[in-house]
Design a binder for this molecule. Structure first.
Ligand code: ATP
Length: 268
């Protein structure tokens, strides 16, 4: 098996004093004749919440799948801390500090919350801990799992079987599992999908608590959540970037209102 070398790439000029942790340059994905993501160039800064919105079929999930190496791009590049990571396999993403959650619930329903987090925590250790004795390794994994449960607000549910919890708590646990893998960048694909009002509020509060510590790339249709969490907003339509920038600037864009937010944007 050949391993792609990680090639340092000349940094783009900074537009913020925070470091750019992830970047796309002309990223493109075609499915046959359909260009789902079309020459998208974006910069994600450390400890910044960057929401990506757009109508159904705009290419948001495809973009997430490219960023997390679940799909190979048809063109363009992905840089992580100025290193070209285009074409790396998905299992290398955890080591690069990139963790993702999925649109659909993705946990082990017959395992407890702790066991789910412990499984996720194991993905971060194999190389860095391989010289430790098994007992020390397990202690370290358990420590990460407990910390993740605490961060996602489920310490009190530690020994509860995941499948017996409410839908909202299961989605919270999925965030915990992402955290247990030790990421710096959280790529969250519709974390509020299917939630009622109270559950959504709890999830928004959880994400708000995480925001100062992580780069969050948030795909979300719930505009109240987007506007209360995001610092930067990108709008995609038909695979292309319609607008990207500080939330207030993008909200004020006539093109964005016409294409996506519509008159209802005044309500936000
Ligand atoms: N594996 C695939 N094969 C073929 N076409 C695909 C595939 N995945 C996505 N597409 C198409 O690419 C386009 C973008 O889809 P994508 O799921 O990325 O949009 P989205 O913005 O995430 O939509 P939604 O908000 O509904 O999740 C759509 O036209 C979709 O049908």
């Amino acid at each position: 098996m050949t391993t792609m070398p990680l090639v340092p790439v000349e940094a783009a000029p900074p537009c913020d004093s925070r470091a750019c942790v992830l970047e796309t340059r002309g990223l493109t994905k075609s499915f046959g004749g359909l260009v789902a993501v079309n020459a998208v160039s974006l910069r994600f800064l450390e400890r910044q919440t960057h929401a990506i919105i757009g109508p159904n079929g705009a290419g948001k999930s495809t973009l997430v799948n490219l960023l997390t190496a679940h799909l190979p791009p048809s063109g363009g590049r992905i840089l992580c801390r100025n290193t070209d990571i285009t074409g790396l396999p998905a299992h290398r993403m955890t080591g690069l500090g990139i963790g993702r959650s999925y649109q659909k619930t993705n946990l082990f329903p017959s395992f407890t919350c702790f066991e789910n987090c412990r499984l996720a925590a194991q993905t971060r250790l194999p190389t860095s801990m391989r010289f430790f004795r098994p007992a020390a390794r397990y202690r370290e994994i358990n420590r990460h799992a407990e910390a993740a449960l605490d961060l996602c607000g489920l310490s009190a549910r530690r020994d509860r079987v995941a499948g017996t919890m409410s839908y909202g708590e299961q989605r919270q646990l999925e965030i915990g599992m992402v955290l247990a893998s030790g990421p710096e960048i959280l790529v969250l694909d519709e974390p509020l999908a299917g939630m009622g009002r109270e559950e959504s509020e709890r999830m928004v509060a959880l994400l708000r608590g995480l925001a100062p510590h992580f780069t969050i790339i948030l795909i979300e249709h719930d505009m109240d959540a987007v506007f209360s969490l995001a610092e930067v907003l990108t709008v995609m339509v038909n695979g292309t970037l319609l607008e990207t920038g500080p939330v207030e600037q993008v909200r004020a864009s006539v093109a964005v209102r016409d294409a996506y937010l519509g008159d209802g944007a005044e309500a936000y």
